[in-house]
Design a protein around this ligand. Structure first.
Ligand code: SF4
Length: 64
């Protein structure tokens, strides 16, 4: 199971992170949307990374 902390940590470290807030547009007042996390990345789909960077970045994190 992936924790919120891991999603955040991976987002911070990930070279492929692209914030998706421009795509969703209207509700831009929620500060949490600006938090870097896989959950705010355009590549995050149905609970996984659609360019398969998540496992790689998470592994790199675990090694530090
Ligand atoms: S969803 Fe994928 S590309 Fe986006 S931050 Fe997470 S691991 Fe990186």
């Amino acid at each position: 199971m992936v924790s919120k902390f891991q999603l955040h940590a991976v987002g911070e470290m990930c070279p492929g992170y692209v914030n998706n807030s421009n795509a969703s547009g209207i509700n831009s007042s929620i500060t949490e949307e600006k938090m870097v996390s896989c959950e705010t990345c355009i590549h995050w789909e149905r609970g996984r990374c659609n360019i398969n960077l998540f496992d790689k970045v998470l592994t790199d994190l675990d090694q530090t």
